[in-house]
Ligand binder design. Structure first.
Ligand code: SF4
Length: 402
């Protein structure tokens, strides 16, 4: 099919195949791809509104046995740089988030063998007890799979336990590229195969949870594999419609075992626009200004994105790999409005909560990103001693016999 015919198909709202998507990616000029993606966005979001959420990205531990080749964040079991946040530290982070107008934590971490599922359940319950309205957008599919291995319980049972403790929704992290050839090279096949990642999301949607989906591109995958990732997400979305949004970010190579280069802004915009066109059953597409910076993030709004993601209060993972862009609410709103849209706060379900918080109430400017722990802070939370450890190193620290 010619690019003109394909463009007409997209404008008419008809689904495109993987072959069509490949042709568009390689042969459509970038401005055309942007125009098509923008038309699709405008049909789904006719009110000229761009949304964002105020939440805090908290990484509860950096200890991880998965050892993905693209990750600069994790530390192996027993490392002196490994940490687990205490419940009190997490409560303090929630208090700071609420003061800035936020109502949710995005809570993710490493696959730490010394945190049993009851640690997660106790944390979720105590958060909900203190802050009944506060939302927990927590534990990406590979973390859920890690807990199925720790508990020897099936995915549905682990999700049920976490929901009973207070889990509100699941973030789409750990998808990388949903093709096992790529996952094996990235050393993330063992943490979750493509089918396993999709199955956690399927079970979550069946249980009534809404989730997001992500893609980390620009490392060892081909464009065909990028498109396979998108069509697999589209197929799953056809089943239950549980995904609220899609977020694509480029691989950040600094300090990683894999190394290499970061994809350019042009490649990001082309990938983003194609995602908006292929994912015809996804309501929202986020701009990834955290990896692309504010200016490309703003440009994303002309390439299919209708959401600026989260006001970033804290970030540890992308920063470890070399990127640390910071935008507080004032800056996010400035970028949305100067692109010609009305800026609205939302929750994880993309329900509009209202106008920018800083216009309703005075809030401190956040000109620097917070971190999980201050440099040199090696404190250990007291409550850790109540939980059974698995590794010899941690058993020694908790006072048991290794
Ligand atoms: S990406 Fe996640 S699972 Fe992989 S090594 Fe890093 S912390 Fe562990």
């Amino acid at each position: 099919m010619s690019i003109t015919d394909l463009s007409e198909q997209v404008v008419a709202g008809r689904r495109i195949s993987a072959d069509d998507a490949l042709q568009l990616f390689h042969h459509a000029p970038l401005p055309l791809l942007g125009r098509l993606a923008d038309e699709v966005r405008a049909k789904k979001h006719p009110r000229n509104v761009v949304t964002y959420i105020i939440d805090r990205n908290v990484n509860y531990t950096n200890v991880c046995v998965a050892r993905c080749a693209f990750c600069a964040f994790y530390r192996p079991v027993g490392s002196t740089e490994g940490y687990v946040l205490g419940f009190e530290e997490i409560f303090r982070k929630i208090d700071e988030t609420i003061a800035l107008g936020g109502g949710q934590l995005l809570l993710q971490g490493g696959h730490n063998p010394d945190l049993p599922i009851d640690w997660y359940e106790d944390l979720f319950r105590s958060v909900k007890q203190r802050y009944p309205e506060f939302r927990l957008h927590a534990l990406s599919p590979p973390e859920v799979i890690h807990l199925t291995r720790m508990t020897r319980q099936p995915v549905a049972a682990v999700i049920e336990r976490l929901m009973a403790a207070g889990l509100d929704s699941i973030p789409g992290g750990g998808a990388e590229i949903l093709v096992d050839r790529v996952r094996k090279i990235l050393n993330c096949y063992n943490k979750a195969t493509a089918d396993e990642w999709l199955d956690v999301m399927r079970q979550a949607h069946r249980a009534g949870l809404r989730t997001t989906a992500t893609m980390m591109y620009g490392h060892v995958e081909t464009v065909e594999e990028r498109i396979e990732h998108l069509t697999r997400l589209r197929d799953l979305q056809d089943e239950h419609g549980g995904f609220t949004a899609f977020i694509a970010w480029s691989y950040q190579p600094e300090h990683t075992e894999l190394g290499g280069h970061e994809a350019t802004a042009m490649e990001y915009l082309r990938t983003l626009a194609l995602a908006r066109i292929v994912l015809d059953n996804f309501p929202s597409i986020q701009a990834s200004w955290v990896t692309q910076g504010g200016k490309v993030g703003q440009l994303s709004l002309a390439y299919g994105a209708n959401d600026m993601g989260s006001v970033m209060i804290e970030e540890n993972v992308v920063r470890a790999a070399g990127a640390s862009y910071c935008m507080d609410e004032v800056e996010v709103v400035r970028n949305i409005e100067s692109a010609g849209y009305a800026a609205k706060r939302r929750n994880m379900h993309y329900e509009i909560l209202g106008d920018p918080f800083f216009r309703l109430q005075q809030v401190p400017r956040m000109l620097e990103l917070a971190v999980a722990r201050a440099d040199g802070d090696t404190s250990r939370p007291e409550e850790l001693s109540q939980y059974a450890a698995r590794s010899a190193a941690e058993k020694r620290l908790r006072g048991g016999t290794p």
